[in-house]
Design a protein around this ligand. Structure first.
Ligand code: F3S
Length: 284
């Protein structure tokens, strides 16, 4: 059997950096360590970190009354006010926000200060978007994720508009939504802040899925980028399997296949990918 492992499978640069930061802090083992939200959408990694004493908190309220320590901000980033709240409660901050997300925070802050209305193209409930929203004037910020929302968008004043995107948003959809807003005749500046890591992973997965008899997509159930990868692969290859770890894979299903492709979402650690690859290879 021939196995094709996607080069772009697994952690992107920002997630790798954030996970390494937490492990490094945990090794120091000096003060309690908290991550603001799970560091990645991967239950295995979060459980492993928990064993090393890393606790997950979901709001600054949860820090009240807890032993002082370090709060690590994950790659998605957070609102400006969260930094202030953490500091005010007497905790240290280690910022593992992805530099590409930090750049969006800076842009949104700057354009908002210059009086622009900010449009964030993205999913309103995604933590990254919630974070970006917290760097602009809330009264002058709109999140647009669908064509209907783009069509409904109106401004009551003569403001200029600055459009940014959630890093993991689909490029074609972004273009489509920008086009709808553009037709309204506002003075707009469009900043394409989509990160290439996602697109590269998706393009490579699609290419491999076209060539193979079976495709394995590895990633956490709650990871939206893994779900997206699965959809892309399933379209090209009927025998596409979505697994969290090797335990979810029924190897007998791969019996009559010659070529198997493997890819993984942005939050899937290397050891899980290697384990899958090794087991598939050993079986046949
Ligand atoms: Fe950063 Fe792009 Fe990953 S924005 S967290 S490198 S998907």
């Amino acid at each position: 059997m021939n196995i094709i492992l996607a080069k772009s499978a697994g952690f992107c640069f920002g997630v790798k950096r954030a996970v390494e930061t937490v492990y490094k802090e945990a090794e120091k083992n000096q003060t309690p360590i908290y991550t603001f939200g799970p560091i990645i959408h991967n239950e295995e990694v979060v459980a492993d970190l928990e064993k090393k004493g890393v606790q997950v908190i979901h709001s600054t309220d949860e820090l009240k009354g807890r032993p002082k320590g370090t709060v690590i901000i994950r790659s998605h980033g957070v609102e400006r006010k969260i930094y202030d709240e953490i500091k005010a409660l007497g905790f240290e901050i280690v910022d593992a926000t992805c530099p590409f997300v930090l750049k969006i925070h800076r842009l949104v802050e700057q354009y908002s200060r210059e009086g622009y209305h900010i449009i964030i193209i993205g999913n309103e409930t995604h933590p990254e978007v919630e974070g970006i929203k917290g760097w602009s004037d809330p009264a002058e910020t709109t999140v647009i994720g669908t064509c209907e929302e783009a069509e409904k968008f109106t401004l009551s004043s003569e403001k200029k508009v600055c459009i940014v995107s959630q890093t993991t948003f689909n490029y074609n959809k972004f273009q489509e939504l920008v086009e709808i807003v553009n037709e309204k005749g506002y003075d707009i500046i469009v900043l394409n802040t989509i990160c290439n890591a996602t697109e590269e992973r998706q393009t490579e997965a699609e290419r491999i899925a076209k060539e193979v008899d079976a495709m394995i997509v590895i990633g956490g159930r709650a990871s939206s980028n893994t779900q997206k990868l699965f959809e892309i692969c399933k379209k090209e290859c009927e025998n596409t399997y979505y697994i969290q770890t090797i335990k979810d894979l029924d190897l007998t299903r791969l019996k009559s296949t010659d070529n198997v492709g493997i890819t993984a979402g942005a939050s899937t650690p290397n050891n899980i990918i290697e384990e899958v690859q090794k087991n598939v290879r050993n079986e046949f």
